[in-house]
Design a protein around this ligand. Sequence first.
Ligand code: PMT
Length: 222
Amino acid sequence: NAAQELAGLNIVITAGPTREALDPVRYISNHSSGKMGFAIAHAARRAGATVTLICGPVNLPTPAHCTRVDVTSAEEMLAAAEQHMPNCDIFISTAAVADYRAATVADNKIKKSSDELTLTFIKNPDILATIAARPDAPFTVGFAAESQHVEAYAKDKMKRKRLDMIAANDITREGLGFNSDNNALHVFWDGGDEALPEGSKQALATSLLQRVAAQYNNKKSK
Ligand code: PMT
């Protein structure tokens, strides 16, 4: 069981949204609450792992005995993740990272002057792909929030980002995914997959970690 298999491992988890500033009072972000990542942190800790939880702006209490690192933007989240990479065994990326940030952050509040406002955005770094490409890369687990072709898109992301596993959630399903208490996941790895049916994020976190532990040990024994 997972309780023994994760004992002594260092697990780094990202959770929640990132927030990208537009000016001193405004930002763009998304509806991630952090609940999925926090549930995984809690379950990993209970399974004996040493857990570092890197999170964007969320309103959740820190799971007991987990080290929490609060960040705001994608660039800060990447820096925090890289800082915790040495000695990391498993990296689980549940954060909903903003894909773009404003090309320039206005020094002063943007004024309401014209009828239209055009902002230019530039691509944020891909935290998960950056970690997976390191020479000392840990076992990497990504998430995929998809609204169509869930399996094909998730598998494509796993390949492109060179991940060991990916957990896809279909975000079109009512009451699941972003900012809800429940979810359903379809987990893929090289040579296999398994659907984890709808349940609480806590229950799914435990089931997911059992699959992660199995594939981690499988890779180690090769
Ligand atoms: O926080 P909750 O309210 O509980 O909601 C949970 C969730 C729906 C946010 C979560 O289950 C989930 O699916 N997280 C990933 C959401 C997402 O942004 O997926 P993506 O398909 O855009 O990204 C694919 C993977 O790359 C993810 O592991 C993501 O963390 C990572 N990524 C993406 C972009 C980027 N710049 N850096 C990354 O690390």
